[in-house]
Ligand binder design. Structure first.
Ligand SMILES: [Ca+2]
Length: 334
């Protein structure tokens, strides 16, 4: 499905015809600045709502020509509807044809879900076409990577990054990682993404085998978003719906770990970099930054601006109307 959709997008880059009869005007290739970062977004959509916010930020910056989104990978194996929610968000932003991959195992992932089933199954409201099924993540990573120039792709993980272990265990995928990837940006540190819900079986192997530059972003707990401008976006915005369904996030806001990780790549002037040190796993399984032992491939990224200023930037991007707009058929985005 994703390959067919990808081919469809290449053929009709400027005008996308929806199955429902509407047509979306998407960005033309000429609107993308040369050397724009090209990103594969790897998420555990559903466990928390900041994944939805981060994908919104990524689409808003793609609309602005600051990034190209190559595909979206859903890495949780215990909640199948995350992939459909990714499709709903991509569709809202006029990119419902983006390649989607999914982890087929069941050993990693948060079984709790407060929003993805309701969004993914409501194809009428959100006008997407994938509910809970997409190709295996390794095959999708391979297909995307082999089509890109050497050392041009950034992988951004905002969930449990075990997909990168599966890439390194696959001979062809490992070759492509070394040839095509520029860097890996991970939201992480502490326990959740690298240790919990099945990830502890992979984190040591990942840190040992990952061969390319690795930027880790641990910040965002004090950056509260989702309650300022997002409530004013249309009810057909699946990102707004994710925040509405995740506890009281649409009223009280929610921490923005995943959005901060996306911005650490795309708005680097807002961040400071620590080059000396490395990411390591403690005997208890936590992932920490050790400044005393250097790994030239490892970099720590933290904000250089106050949390409130970061929150304002993120909220504006999360609530920015999609550039794509319905020009025929029933309107969805304005
Ligand atoms: Ca996440």
């Amino acid at each position: 499905m994703s390959i067919r959709k990808h081919a469809f997008r290449v053929c009709l880059a400027a005008m996308l015809v929806l199955p429902t009869g509407g047509a979306l005007v998407a960005e033309s290739p000429s609107s993308v600045v040369p050397n724009t970062p090209a990103v594969i977004f790897d998420t555990d959509m559903g466990s928390d709502c900041d994944d939805a916010g981060a994908l919104a930020v990524l689409h808003a910056l793609a609309d602005a020509g600051e990034v190209r989104i190559l595909g979206v990978i859903f890495s949780s194996g215990k909640n199948r509807y995350g992939v459909g929610t990714c499709d709903a968000i991509n569709t809202y932003y006029g990119r419902g044809d983006l390649p989607l991959g999914q982890y087929k195992g069941t050993d990693v992932g948060d079984p709790k879900d407060s929003y993805t089933k309701r969004i993914a199954t409501d194809t009428k409201a959100f006008r997407h076409d994938i509910v809970d099924e997409a190709p295996d993540l390794v095959s999708v990573y391979r297909t995307i990577l082999q089509s890109q120039p050497d050392h041009s792709v950034t992988i951004v993980t905002v969930g449990h990054p075990h997909g990168l272990v599966h890439l390194m265990r696959d001979r062809r995928a490992a070759e492509l990682v070394r040839a095509k990837v520029d860097r890996w940006v991970a939201m992480g540190m502490g326990g959740w993404n690298f240790q919990q819900v099945g990830m502890s079986a992979y984190s040591e192997e990942l840190l040992k085998k990952w061969p390319m530059p690795f930027y880790i972003s641990p910040s965002g707990v004090d950056v509260k978003t989702g309650h300022r401008r997002l409530p004013k976006t249309p009810e057909t915005n699946p990102v707004r719906e994710a925040y509405r369904l995740w506890n009281t996030a649409l009223v009280d806001g929610r921490s923005s770990w995943d959005q901060v990780a996306v911005l650490s790549l795309l708005r680097p002037k807002l961040f400071k970099l620590e080059h000396r040190g490395h990411v390591e796993r403690t005997p208890e399984g936590r992932v920490v930054w050790n400044p005393d032992v250097d790994n030239p491939n490892h970099h720590l990224v933290t904000p250089r601006i106050p949390a409130e200023e970061m929150a304002r930037i993120i909220e504006e991007l999360m609530a920015r109307p999609p550039k794509a707009r319905v020009v025929a058929g029933q309107g969805r985005a304005e």
